[in-house]
Design a protein around this ligand. Structure first.
Ligand code: SF4
Length: 328
């Protein structure tokens, strides 16, 4: 690991000032992504600004929303009684990720900024446009079984690895940030960017902008929600395909549907096509199967990952059946 300066701060304003003081500076939250990448020289900051002691570790349940501090640990959010009862999709997504030890360290803000698990990105011997813009992409002609079907470009086909973010996408989360210009609120659908020509640019954060928290709007029937993840082994593994669904039902009729996919796209993937298909229809296996076809219509498979199209469809159908509590 390359040597670096370590600065601990206790106020958000101070963190932003310290970060700006060094050229290659990073915020350090739980460190479960950043420190890994530093050990393998994918990240080589010359300064870390430790934000673990900022007062951002509260979960506040208010009348019209839930506010979650950026430093809330993944395990605390997953086990919070209100979240488990009213946003089961989020608790299930968090508990399906990583291991208990990692969830005890990983923060909500850090999880929003997880980097891809593309093996070529994590090995500096290979060309990677995300790590080194303009270098090329080893995955396009390499082993790409785990790679993305949606939101890719001819520069990068990596998947976004997070489970939590897929649930937050289906819950219409809003991300709070702070910078030297003040604060702003970014709806999660506008937070992640498509790869396009620059895969190194993954979100709309400006240099030095600090995530301070996430707000979840209250959803009338959010208890009818579910996260389903399919992976190669039962624990400590990233998704081949996952689905987060939130249904508002009146009897058997679908009033609103929110659907996001994980493991198959360059970013947590909201499927408005599937949602539009579902609204106004009655819950049934046939309806859910047709919605799943809509969700994967734009899929562009690589040489090793075409199987993910059918896998993602089936994952979504099963997640919808579970949320709607109809037999599968
Ligand atoms: Fe890099 Fe993206 Fe290609 Fe992986 S898929 S090697 S992250 S450019």
């Amino acid at each position: 690991m390359q040597t670096f300066q370590f600065v601990a701060v206790e106020e958000a304003k101070n963190a932003i000032e310290k970060l700006a003081a060094a050229e290659q500076s990073r915020y350090l939250a739980g460190g479960t992504t950043l420190v890994d990448l530093m050990k393998i020289y994918v990240e080589t900051p010359d300064q870390l600004v430790d934000i673990q002691h900022l007062p951002l570790s509260e979960i506040k349940v208010l009348d019209d929303r839930v506010e979650i501090g950026a430093m809330v640990r993944n395990s605390d959010l997953a086990d919070h009684s209100y979240i488990k009862q009213h946003y089961p999709v989020l608790s299930e997504a968090l508990l399906s990720g990583a291991t208990p030890q990692i969830r005890n360290m990983a923060s909500v803000g850090g999880n929003l900024l997880q980097r891809t698990r593309c093996t070529y990105f994590r090995d500096i011997a290979w060309p990677c446009n995300k790590r080194e813009p303009g270098a090329g992409c080893a995955a396009i002609d390499g082993h790409n079984r785990m790679h993305a079907l949606l939101g890719t470009s001819d520069k990068c086909i990596a998947t976004h690895p997070s489970d939590m973010c897929v649930a937050m996408m289906a819950l219409d989360a809003v991300i709070q940030t702070l910078s030297s210009d003040g604060g702003r609120q970014i709806p999660i659908q506008e937070f992640y960017v498509a790869y396009g020509d620059d895969p190194a640019k993954e979100n709309v954060l400006e240099p030095g902008e600090l995530i301070t928290g996430v707000t979840l709007p209250k959803l009338q029937n959010a208890a009818k929600s579910h996260y389903l993840k399919v992976r190669d082994r039962a624990a400590f593994e990233f998704a081949l395909a996952s689905a987060a669904v939130v249904l508002d039902l009146k009897g058997k009729d679908i009033v609103t549907a929110r659907i996001a996919l994980g493991g198959v796209a360059a970013k947590p993937w909201r499927s408005l096509e599937a949602e539009h298909y579902l609204v106004g229809k009655s819950v049934s296996e046939a309806t859910f199967k047709a919605a799943a076809v809509e969700a994967l219509k734009a899929a562009k498979p690589q040489k090793d990952n075409a199987f993910k199209i059918e896998l993602a469809r089936r994952t979504l159908v099963r997640a919808l059946q579970n949320a709607a509590e109809i037999p599968s």
